[in-house]
Write a protein that binds this ligand. Sequence first.
Ligand code: DMJ
Length: 633
Amino acid sequence: LQTPASLSITSSQEKVSMVFRKLPGVSASGMGLRLSQKFVFLLFLSGLVTLCFGALFFLPDSVRLKRIFLSKTETQPVTVGSGSENDAREPLKRPKDPEPPRGMTPARGETSTKLKNLSRKPTVSREATEERLAAGKALEDFTLYGKFKGCLLKPPLGRDSGRPADPETNERREKVKEMMKFSWDNYKSYAWGKNELRPLTRNGHIGNMFGGLRGASIIDSLDTLYIMGLMEEYNDAKEWVQTSLDLNSNGEASLFEVNIRYVGGLLAAYYLTGEEMYKSKVMELGEKLLPAFNTPTGIPRGVINLGSGTSWSWGWASAGSSILAEFGTLHLEFVHLSELSRNPIYTEKVMNIRKLLNKIEKPHGLYPNFLSPVSGNWVQHHVSIGGLGDSFYEYLIKSYLMSDKTDEDAKKMYYGALEAIEANLVQKSPGGLTYMAEWRGGILDHKMGHLACFSGGMIGIGADDGAPEKRQHFLDLAAEITHTCHESYTPTKLGPEAFRFDGGGEATATRLSDRYYILRPEVIESYMYMWRLTHDPKYREWGWEAVEALEQHCRVESGFSGIRDVYSMTASHDNMQQSFFLSETLKYLYLLFSDDDLLPLEDWVFNTEAHPLPIIRKSCMQDEATLGKTVSE
Ligand code: DMJ
């Protein structure tokens, strides 16, 4: 059987023999044989040459043969510039790595990113130029961070990370560290990347406060893990921020919550570690918050869509108003955003709020909780040192302290507000307890929220800068408020959400709906400040009571949970481990049992979520000599 292919071969062989038949003296078959031998030989030779040439590429650059056969550009050292012949022959020298400013060591055994970047080899391509620019920026960042470090009076972590000499105190501190590790490990096992852990159902909670941002517990824990020396856990947290914190969310966020937890948490992580990654993340986030200020008065609204920038007021806030504790709790973080970005816009935004509040008439010198972002007028006359008002007052005194005591307006506003509070809100109960009532258009509501218990610490840290004749009085007032809040912690030794001083009650929750405790920090926060200010051992004892109570009533198999009734010895858990438990409650307890040189108050202020921000020493930062300065570790 003949296939069409075999037919075609036969026909071409016939064509060749027809050609060879025309050459005289050579038989067609003999001539074809010799030609095909030559052809095979030539093929072999050319293959050999190709192989040898190819092999040249595998020789080391120093072999002469290689330099002869291969072009110069591939083997010569890279050169830059159009200088003299001599210059051209010089291999490009690596720019000398800048010496780290004295006193600036990479964070806790890590090589910081900026140092790694600075030591990378440059090339002459476009990438090289970009790399050089990046290196220049890294150097600038490095310098900025070095300057900030040089302006601290003391090392942030103290002589020995705040380890107390007294063995019992140290044991207590270790216990708090164990509680942090336990909370963190369970969050990591069951809720990694979500906002909070639900410890009973062992899953994660996302909620709707952060506009689609995730990992609130991670961001809130960064600095706590770091100061406790839980480095493995800190590194997991850092890696998550680096690889998984997605700021391109498109949801509705509380401007206040995102600011105090995310902006505050990232800023603190940057200042403690010098990791540029935190800085660039917080810059990106800060920009997304700016559209909230686009209102007729510049007073931001409470809710912002992080994607579109559209903002609006909370549905529950009367007549589309903004909340004092929300727009009044941006100052510390925004001033630091301006510091780091060298862009004044953030400071301008919060200064504008300050200006309006300063100008507007205040009933009896008090600041009501609701203000219209459109008209700039108060909407209701409800005044409270607790929820809706609280951290506005806190940020006044802390703005003054954070400015290295140069922000005189903040100081004036703070002491003015405190005077009005004392005149109108501060009360003594029949049993002799000092408390802060709430004020509704002149009528007092004799109730104090757990949130208002932060005010013991606030009045304490501001005591020393008040008028000389008032200093002792302020310190006494701070101690009295803290004492009242401690009194509310009974019988479980945990405190209710709100307690009253009327109807025969003394710091007692009379309504069932006020009896819950959601792992809040405020009372413990005041213990910490009062300990630092007075060293009265009772504050450490009270803190230890709280640790034991948390262990007994809030610790469950897979984390810590809030409870529904602080008056019941059989706990009913709310199944939520709040992120502020990791950021604030456990941090303040840890600081309470540490030496005062861990995050010393001479250098740091804590934002309202307990994230430490450094005091800005403007004149020191501008001083050329600062970079070489150091504080002894
Ligand atoms: C925290 O998020 C902050 O302290 C805020 O200022 C008020 N409430 C919680 C903790 O209770």
